[in-house]
Structures are given as structure tokens and as C-alpha cells.
Write a protein that binds this ligand. Structure first.
Ligand code: NOJ
Length: 594
């Protein structure tokens, strides 16, 4: 069934601009940034774990794909209790991933190809193996060494109750008590705060030495030539004075508060582009964090080129997020509202409107993202038809399984909508291949601490972290030179391997490549945006004009016939063509010239 009257060119008339052109300024304003999760990207030494030489060997893939920059998740020296987000030495590479020389080679290779490199900075917590924490354990309560972390006496006459009632984001209490020692006070051993795993003690950002150390770490990597930093848990470093008790519940999606309902699917969630998660607790989004970013901004300004800071801050509403990217603070912040929005035309339009309103107000680019290493890949999320987005944290074999065909179809349509939005877009490795999560990983292979700390109640994030397939049917699908992969790949990865998609018309890889080429040629990222007026209230269609391109996403059930003569630039799926009409089927996005 096709919409009986095809659209005319007049129907595609643009309304007023909801976002004006940001112009082309610094590179990060409209960049497409590709996230490499090093342990799962490409394995250079055959041990089953990806590494920096692996990244270097695939730089041509990234160049060909057409991205502008690469963000690498942590590769620092680490016991890998949280896949490297537990850093033991901020100035060295973990032997699993290579050496500083390997890093320099990767950076030089990227720069030769015109690719920028952003590294991950993890300042909220260190590993318990960091020399500072080891010193703190060896030092007396009240010592300078202890003051670099969040040590407190316990409550109760014997100090055997935790200092407050906070829960860890990975499940269980956020406090761990030390073993007894002779110089303990009558309150006994102290406790230390860890918003994440016990192996990730929170640093004390009231301590000057902590500030100085991280500024020095920034300089270490800036001197090596990196183009920016993605700042982990950017909303968490400063805690409310007195660490007050709090009855809320933090969820796995950091900083997001569950208020007794499914924040993603709840139809009653606010229509303001937020996830509907509500307020933040005393461990997040405290005003004090902004002073830190102002100081870091000044450090970056001392360096040539447009170096940037990107906030990973799960705060709400978006107006709070905009505070992180005021002109003298960070440069970008991840905007997770597109990722958490249900597959619904009106909700997506709201997200876009609110995102532009709030970010334009502070002169920062809006960012867009659909997948990363902490959430179920959008192919799998959107394959859970009834919800539209599905759970964020992981799908277990015993959970309802996504429909792979529906998921890929919607994911491709969502991607073409996202890549047409002005601002900066983030891609997660493997999404250009249309990879789903591994949604049936056996418990024995899981490694995410959230799985263990919730006793399996949370499947955890391993499903989206499975090693990439480069050569379909080769050992490990070409992840490395052996068949070793630190997590098993699902069978479907063979057919989705990169080599099976290069040059193949209609493949997900070729769709991404074409869209990125057009995005660059048309300067979409730096363009203004207006809604197509006749469809601005449509319950089924998201349609907008950006640069010289009309973008039409059909989320409804009825195919939408395009104006005669419209030139299709790229489509997320096959179109319905009859003698005199071309129609956009359900769950399909097209970019047009009309
Ligand atoms: C956010 C990171 O993206 C996630 O992977 C990590 O577990 C937490 N922060 C803790 O560092």
C-alpha cells in the first residue's frame, strides 16, 4: 500500500530554520568521529585481544570509510578489571595493547591520512593498582596519601556501617572497607568510595595534587600530539559536600536515575528530548566540575591546532549538559538523547529540536550517537520491535531476542537520519558493518564487572564488545592471525565481515561510505536545518532539509511515494519502484535532491 497521492516537490518545502549554519570553524564542530574499542578492533599479535598495531593496520579502512577522527577507548596500563577504565598508569600503554612506540606509530599513521586522534581520559577514578592508591593503603588515616581518594570513617559506634547509602553503578555498595591496621582510630578501618567497581577507587577532586596530576597527564598526551580527549564520567568527579545519603538508584547507564519505570520505553516520559530519567543524585553533575574544565580548556589553548575535550556526561535535562560546553569549558558533550529515544517520529523530532535549542544557546556543536561500548548496539536495540529501543545494558540468552532483519533495517534508517544531522556524529566500531550484539553469550565468558556485581541480573556490556570480523570465514573472521578472540563471535559475523561488504552495492558498509562522502561534499555537518513543513507534525515521517539535501525517514507502516523526478542520493533500504512512482517503504530513510 502506497500513500495514494505521491508527495509533490511543493510538499517538501522547508519551514523556518530550527538550527542555523554553524559555519566551518574548528574541525570538531562537524566531525564524524569513529570509536575504536582497542581490545575488540583488530589483533596485531594473534593473542585474541586487539591492540595498537592492530589499529594501525586498519587505518586505511577508516580513511576509506570517510571518518574525520578516531576516539580510542583506554589502552593505558591497567589490570583490566573494567576493560581499561581502571587505569594504573596514565602515562603508559598496557602491554596487552603494545608500547608507547606503537602508540606514536599509530598516531603518525593517522595524521598522515588526515585523521585526528582523541584519547580517553579517566579522571573520576583510578585503578586500585595505581601507585597513589597503593600509597594510600599503606599510609595512615588522615594522611596526605589518603586524601587523594575518598576515604571516610564508617558510621555506627564501631564504624562498621558504610559512610553513606550510595550504591555502585555496577551494583552493590559504593563503599569498601579496608583491612584493620594498628593505627586505626576507635572507629576501626576506613572505607573508600568507588562509584564503579571496588577496583576503581574515586579520586578526591577537592585535592590540589589531583588537579595538578591530571593537568600534567593532559600535557603528556598533548605533547605526543593527540587532538583531544574524551573525558570519562565527566559529571562525576565532584561530589556534594558532606556526601549526603540519597534514596535514588543509579542505573548502569551512568548517572541515569531509574524512577521505578522503564525510562526508555515509558510512553509517559517527558517530551523534552530527555530520557525521562529525572534528577541526578549528589554524586553527579555538581557545579564544582565546571572549574575543572575551565582549567583544562586553558591547558588545551596553550597548544597549536584545535584540540578538544569531549564530555561523557549522562546528565539531564539537556540544558544541564549544555553547561559542560560553554565557551570556556569543554568543546563537545555526548548527546545520548538520540540513542535513548524510541523509534517514533515525533520523539525523534523533539530530540533534534531540543538538542539544537540547548547547544546552539551556548554556541557548541550538537553531537549524535547511536551506539558505543556501553550500550546494546542499535541493530539489536531496534530489533526489539515492541519497545523500539530495548534495554541499554545488555541482552542475555534468556531474554527476548531481537529480530535481526527488523533491527538492521531500522538501524540503517536511524543511521541515515543521524548522519544527516548537522553537528558532530560518533560511530562505534563495527556499526558500519551492521553488526548486532552477541545476544546469547554464555555466562562463563562474560567479563563486564556489572554482570558479576549484580549476580547476573544485568547481562552486562560484553555483547556489544565482541571482536570485529574483517575476513568472513577466516579463523576468528580475520580479527587477528589466529582463531583466538577474547569473546566468541556470533555465527552471523562471518557474513557481515568487512571483506564481504567492500564494494558490494547495498551493503551496510557501502551505505555508510556513501553517506559520509555526501555529508562531506554537501557540508551537511556545518549546515542549518529546517523541518519539511507539510510533514512537521506527521506521526510517521521525519523529514527535513539540510544543506541542499532533503532527508525523509519513514517510520510508519505505509510506503511514502516521492515526488516525480526526485533524485535519490542514498537510501537505507530498497525503495518500492513502480512505473511512475518511487516510494520509501516502512523503516527506511532516503536522502534526496528535490
Ligand atoms: C564510562 C565508560 O564508558 C564505561 O565503559 C566505564 O565502565 C565507566 N565509565 C567507568 O569508567
Amino acid at each position: 500500500m502506497t500513500r495514494t497521492t505521491p508527495l509533490t516537490t511543493d510538499d517538501l518545502t522547508a519551514g523556518p530554520l530550527v538550527h542555523t549554519s554553524a559555519g566551518s570553524g574548528e574541525w570538531w564542530r562537524d566531525a564524524v568521529i569513529y570509536q575504536v574499542y582497542p581490545r575488540s578492533f583488530a589483533d596485531g599479535n594473534g593473542d585474541g585481544i586487539g591492540d595498537l598495531p592492530g589499529v594501525t593496520s586498519k587505518l586505511d579502512h577508516l580513511k576509506q570509510l570517510g571518518v574525520d577522527a578516531v576516539w580510542l577507548s583506554p589502552f593505558y596500563r591497567s589490570p583490566q578489571k573494567d576493560a581499561g577504565y581502571d587505569v594504573a598508569d596514565y602515562r603508559d600503554i598496557d602491554p596487552l595493547f603494545g608500547t608507547l612506540a606503537d602508540f606514536d606509530e599509530m598516531l603518525a599513521g593517522a595524521h598522515e591520512r588526515g585523521l585526528k586522534i582523541i584519547v580517553d581520559l579517566v579522571p573520576n577514578h583510578s585503578s586500585d593498582q595505581h601507585v597513589w592508591f597503593q600509597e594510600a593503603l599503606a599510609a595512615a588515616p588522615g594522611s596526605a596519601a589518603r586524601d587523594r581518594y575518598m576515604f571516610r570513617d564508617g558510621r555506627g559506634p564501631e564504624g562498621d556501617e558504610p559512610p553513606n547509602n550510595w550504591q555502585s553503578i555496577f551494583g552493590g555498595p559504593a563503599w569498601t572497607r579496608l583491612a584493620p591496621r594498628e593505627d586505626d582510630t576507635p572507629l576501626g578501618p576506613q572505607w573508600y568510595l568507588h562509584l564503579f567497581d571496588t577496583s576503581q577507587p574515586d579520586l578526591n577532586w577537592e585535592n590540589r595534587e589531583v588537579h595538578e596530576e591530571f593537568e600534567a597527564v593532559l600535557r603528556f598526551w598533548l605533547d605526543r600530539g593527540v587532538d583531544g580527549f574524551r573525558v570519562d564520567v565527566a559529571h562525576g568527579m565532584v561530589k556534594a559536600a558532606g556526601l549526603p545519603d540519597w534514596e535514588g538508584q543509579v542505573s548502569m547507564v551512568e548517572g541515569t536515575v531509574e524512577e521505578g519505570h522503564d525510562q526508555v520505553s515509558d510512553p509517559g516520559a517527558p517530551e523534552d528530548g530527555s530520557t525521562g530519567a529525572g534528577h541526578n543524585g549528589p554524586m553527579f553533575d555538581q557545579d564544582g566540575v565546571h572549574e575543572i574544565y575551565r582549567a583544562w580548556h586553558r591547558v588545551l589553548e596553550e597548544y597549536p591546532g584545535d584540540r578538544c575535550l569531549v564530555a561523557e556526561a549522562w546528565v539531564e535535562p539537556l540544558s544541564r549538559l549544555a553547561r559542560y560546553v560553554r565557551p570556556d569549558e569543554m568543546h563537545q558533550a555526548f548527546n545520548f538523547s538520540f540513542l535513548t529515544a524510541p523509534w517514533d517520529a515525533a520523539r525523534l523530532r523533539t530530540v533534534v529540536d531540543v538538542s539544537f535549542n540547548t547547544m546552539d544557546a551556548v554556541g557548541a556543536p550538537t553531537t549524535w550517537v547511536l551506539s558505543n561500548h556501553d550500550v546494546v548496539r542499535h541493530v539489536s536495540r531496534l530489533g526489539l520491535a515492541t519497545i523500539g529501543t530495548g534495554p541499554l545494558n545488555g541482552i542475555a540468552a534468556t531474554d527476548p531476542q531481537p529480530d535481526p532483519v527488523l533491527g538492521l533495517r531500522r538501524a540503517r534508517a536511524a543511521t541515515l537520519l543521524m548522519l544527516a544531522l548537522p553537528g558532530s556524529a560518533y560511530l562505534y566500531q563495527g556499526e558500519e558493518l551492521g553488526l548486532p550484539d552477541h545476544t546469547a553469550l554464555p555466562d562463563e565468558v562474560r567479563q563486564d564487572p556489572s554482570f558479576f556485581r549484580t549476580a547476573g541480573a544485568e547481562a552486562g556490556r560484553d555483547g556489544c564488545r565482541v571482536p570485529l570480523p574483517w575476513v568472513g570465514g577466516a579463523p576468528g573472521n580475520g580479527f587477528g592471525s589466529t582463531d583466538a578472540t577474547w569473546l566468541p563471535q556470533p555465527d552471523v559475523y562471518a557474513d557481515l565481515a568487512a571483506d564481504r561488504q567492500y564494494g558490494v552495492e547495498g551493503s551496510t558498509y557501502e551505505m555508510y561510505r556513501t553517506a559520509l562522502e555526501l555529508r562531506r561534499a554537501e557540508k551537511v555537518g556545518a549546515s542549518g536545518l529546517s523541518w519539511v513543513e507539510s510533514l512537521a507534525d506527521s506521526p510517521d515521517v521525519v523529514a527535513f532539509r539540510v544543506a541542499d539535501v532533503v532527508v525523509v525517514g519513514n517510520l510508519g507502516t505505509v510506503p511514502l511515494a516521492l515526488p516525480a523526478g526526485a533524485e535519490v542520493l542514498v537510501a537505507s533500504g530498497d525503495l518500492d519502484s513502480s512505473a511512475d512512482t518511487v516510494a520509501v517503504p516502512t523503516d527506511t530513510t532516503v536522502w534526496l535532491r528535490a
